[in-house]
Design a protein around this ligand. Structure first.
Ligand code: PLP
Length: 431
C-alpha cells in the first residue's frame, strides 16, 4: 500500500487521541512502517529518534529481539486463557517475579490491561478492603493537584489536570485534594495540609493515591522524595492506604526500578503498566500486600468483584517476564547513570535560553517549560515538534512542556543525536 493511501484512509476514518481534528487534517503525519531500538522509520524510509518511547511504553526500545522471540514462542503454545479459575505458567511466574522486585511487603499481583485499569482495580480493591474490614465508611480518595491516573472515569476522577477533567466534570466522583511540594520552600506547607486532611477525614478516606516523585502527564513535574516519606508516615498514622501509581515512573524510568525506592518507602498497593508490556502489548499489574489480600478471604461473598477479559493475558505475561530478564541481563539500571547525566546536562543548559524555564531531569526524564499563556493549548511545543521532525526526531510535547523520555537503553550515540536535536529545535522555536 502506498504511503499516500494510508494517509488518506486515516484522514477519512481514524480518530486520534489527544489530537485536534482540524489541525491534524492539515498535516502530513509520520507514517510508521518499522521501528527498531530507539528509532521509528517512516514509510518513505526516513528515520526518527523516538523522544518519548511512544508514550513511555517502549522502555527497552522497539522490537527488542528477545521480546519478539518470547512473544512468538508463547503465541505458538497458546495466546489466551482467562485467569477465571484456571492458571498458566507465564502469569504464575510473572506474579512471583514481580513481587520479588517490588517494594517490600507487596506479595500479590492482580493483572489487567493498561494503566487506567490498574488504577481502577486499585480503587475498587481499596474500597472493598475497608468494607470487608468493618470500615465501610472509608470510601473516599485523596489525590494530588496535577495528578494523572488514566482515562477511565475512576481514574479521571482522581486526575488533577483541570483541562483533562473539564468535559466530564459532571460525571466524576469527588476527591479530596492535596498539593505536592513542587519546590523545596513549599514542603512545610504541603505537609501540614496533607497532615490535617488525613487527621480530620481519615474515617472516610480509603486511600491516598499519588504518582511517586514525577507527575508525568502534568508536564513532568518533579517533587521531593521526602514528601513521599511524609505521605507514607501520615498514612500509617491515620490508617489510610497508600496507592502509588508507578505506571509511568516504574521499571527504571527514574533511574531506580521503582520511584518509591528514592524515598525508601513501600506502598500498600502499587500500579504498574506501560513499560511492563515491553512496548509490545498492553499489560498491567496491581500489586497488593498480604494484609489487603487477607480481607478477601472467607466465603464467596468476599471475593474481589473485578476482572477484565484479557487480564493476565499469556502473551503479555510472557513478554513481561522476558522484559524483566533482559532488564537484569543487560544491566539496564547501570546504563542509566551515564545516560541520565547527559540528559540532565542538556536540559540544564537549555535553561539558559531565553523563553525557557524550570529545566528539570530525573533518571531517563528531561523536561523544560516554554511558558505560554495558552498552557496545554500553546503552539510553542508543536513548533519544537516540527523543528525536531525536520531534524529526524519525534518529540511530542505536553502543551508548552518539551521533554524526552527515551528508551532506557537508547544507544549513547542515538542519545547524543537526540539531545542535539532537542537543543537545536528549542533554540529555533523559542529564540
Ligand atoms: C499513562 C498513565 C496512566 C494510564 O495508563 P494507560 O495505559 O494509558 O491507561 C496512569 N497513570 C499514569 C501515571 C500514567 O502515566
Amino acid at each position: 500500500m502506498l504511503r499516500s493511501d494510508v494517509v488518506s484512509l486515516d484522514k477519512r476514518h481514524l480518530w486520534h487521541p489527544y489530537t485536534a481534528a482540524d489541525e491534524f487534517a492539515l498535516i502530513d503525519p509520520l507514517v510508521v512502517a518499522r521501528a527498531q531500538g530507539a528509532r521509528l522509520y517512516d514509510a518513505d524510509g526516513r528515520s526518527y529518534l523516538d523522544g518519548n518511547a511512544q508514550w513511555w511504553v517502549a522502555g527497552l526500545g522497539h522490537n527488542h529481539p528477545r521480546l519478539i522471540a518470547a512473544l512468538k514462542q508463547q503465541a505458538d503454545r497458546f495466546c489466551h486463557v482467562s485467569l477465571a479459575g484456571v492458571t498458566h505458567e507465564p502469569a504464575a511466574h510473572l506474579a512471583e517475579e514481580l513481587v520479588a522486585i517490588a517494594p517490600a511487603g507487596l506479595s500479590r499481583a492482580f493483572f489487567s490491561d493498561d494503566g487506567s485499569t490498574a488504577i481502577e482495580c486499585a480503587l475498587k480493591m481499596a474500597v472493598q478492603f475497608w468494607q470487608q474490614s468493618g470500615q465501610s465508611k472509608k470510601q473516599r480518595f485523596v489525590a494530588l493537584d496535577g495528578a494523572f491516573h488514566g482515562e477511565t472515569l475512576g481514574a479521571t476522577s482522581l486526575g488533577g489536570v483541570e483541562i483533562f477533567r473539564r468535559p466530564y466534570a459532571g460525571l466524576l466522583f469527588d476527591c479530596l485534594r492535596a498539593r505536592p511540594p513542587y519546590d523545596e520552600s513549599s514542603f512545610a506547607e504541603t505537609f501540614a495540609a496533607l497532615s490535617s486532611l488525613l487527621k480530620t477525614a481519615n474515617n472516610q478516606i480509603a486511600a491516598l493515591v499519588l504518582e511517586p516523585l514525577v507527575q508525568g502527564a502534568n508536564g513532568m513535574r518533579i517533587y521531593a522524595p521526602k514528601f513521599l516519606q511524609a505521605a507514607r508516615a501520615l498514612c500509617n498514622e491515620h490508617d489510610v492506604l497508600l496507592i502509588v501509581d508507578e505506571v509511568f515512573t516504574g521499571l527504571g524510568r527514574t533511574g531506580k526500578m521503582w520511584a518509591c525506592e528514592h524515598a525508601a518507602i513501600a506502598p500498600d498497593i502499587l500500579c504498574s503498566a506501560k513499560a511492563l508490556g515491553g512496548g509490545l502489548l498492553p499489560f498491567a499489574a496491581t500489586l497488593a500486600t498480604e494484609r489487603i489480600f487477607d480481607a478477601f478471604r472467607g466465603d464467596r461473598s468476599r471475593m474481589f468483584y473485578y476482572g477484565h477479559s484479557f487480564g493476565g493475558n499469556p502473551l503479555g505475561a510472557a513478554v513481561a517476564r522476558e522484559m524483566l530478564r533482559v532488564f537484569a541481563d543487560e544491566k539496564i539500571l547501570d546504563g542509566i547513570t551515564e545516560r541520565s547525566d547527559r540528559i540532565a546536562h542538556t536540559f540544564s543548559a537549555l535553561g539558559n535560553i531565553s523563553g525557557t524555564s524550570r529545566p528539570r531531569a530525573l533518571g531517563m526524564i528531561g523536561a523544560i517549560d516554554l511558558p505560554s499563556a495558552n498552557g496545554y493549548h500553546s503552539s510553542i511545543g508543536w513548533r519544537v515538534f516540527e523543528e525536531a521532525k525536520k531534524r529526524g526526531a519525534y518529540l511530542r510535547p505536553l502543551g508548552d512542556v518539551v521533554y524526552v523520555t527515551p528508551a532506557l537503553n537508547i544507544p549513547l550515540s542515538d542519545l547524543g543525536e537526540l539531545l542535539q536535536i532537542v537543543r537545536e529545535s528549542v533554540i529555533s522555536a523559542a529564540g
